[in-house]
Design a protein around this ligand. Structure first.
Ligand code: ZN
Ligand code: ZN
Length: 222
């Protein structure tokens, strides 16, 4: 389906017509974990007096106590902290060099959707969506196999193991998908909420999932 906009008044060249939309979840790229703040994404100045890091995993740094306080809930409750601890302890040296920001963004996404009450087994199994985010194409990719499918499977297992320690009740899906696979796929495809509005707050409709220090969400419409 094609989407378009028609101006009813004159607009200047390159004027921004749509408001910036806050993403459901963001995660700092691996390459920036030691140099940038995991909350505000700003570069941490060398020898900063306010610089602090997570005492559990030591893998994320913050530029100040405000940033630490605002991020510590999602960092620990999403399973990201646990992921770092387990991943660093159990992973083979080859997997350590692999990119983890998709997995961490997916953990943070799931946590964000859970706190909004948007994750349930029928919310995912009836349509290829999670919290309204499109996960179309995931079945085809998993059926086809190959490198991407392996990445989704391995990543979702790492997510599951990181989340197990903090999960109250596990949401299993009848069709063989797990919410971890679907969330990871939504992150990998930069999914955008594109149909209906599952939230009560109108301003939180159409929320892209972003990752990395400079997120550039790709809009996808079916
Ligand atoms: Zn900060
Ligand atoms: Zn931590």
């Amino acid at each position: 389906m094609a989407m378009g906009m028609r101006a009813r008044e004159s607009v200047n060249m390159s004027e921004d017509l749509t408001q910036a939309i806050a993403p459901y979840a963001t995660a700092l790229h691996d390459a920036s974990l030691q140099s940038h703040c995991s909350s505000c994404f700003h570069r941490i100045p060398a020898q900063s007096p306010h610089d602090m890091s997570c005492t559990m995993c030591g893998s994320v740094r913050y530029c100040c106590s405000d940033c630490l306080i605002s991020d510590c809930e999602v960092h620990s409750s999403s399973g990201e902290c646990c992921f770092f601890v387990k991943h660093l302890r159990e992973a083979s040296p080859s997997t350590l060099t692999e990119e983890t920001s998709d997995i961490r963004a997916a953990l943070r996404l799931l946590y964000s959707l859970e706190t909004r009450g948007l994750v349930s087994s029928d919310s995912v199994s009836s349509s290829n969506r999670i919290g309204g985010l499109s996960a179309s194409g995931i079945r085809e990719v998993l059926e086809e196999g190959g490198e991407i499918a392996e990445g989704v499977l391995e990543g979702s297992l790492l997510m599951l193991s990181a989340r197990k320690s903090r999960m109250k009740n596990y949401v299993g899906l009848s069709n063989g998908l797990t919410i971890e696979k679907v969330a990871l796929w939504a992150v990998m495809t930069n999914s955008v909420e594109n149909e209906g509005c599952t939230s009560n707050k109108p301003e939180s409709c159409v929320v892209p999932v972003s990752k990395g220090a400079a997120p550039d969400a790709v809009m996808e419409f079916n």
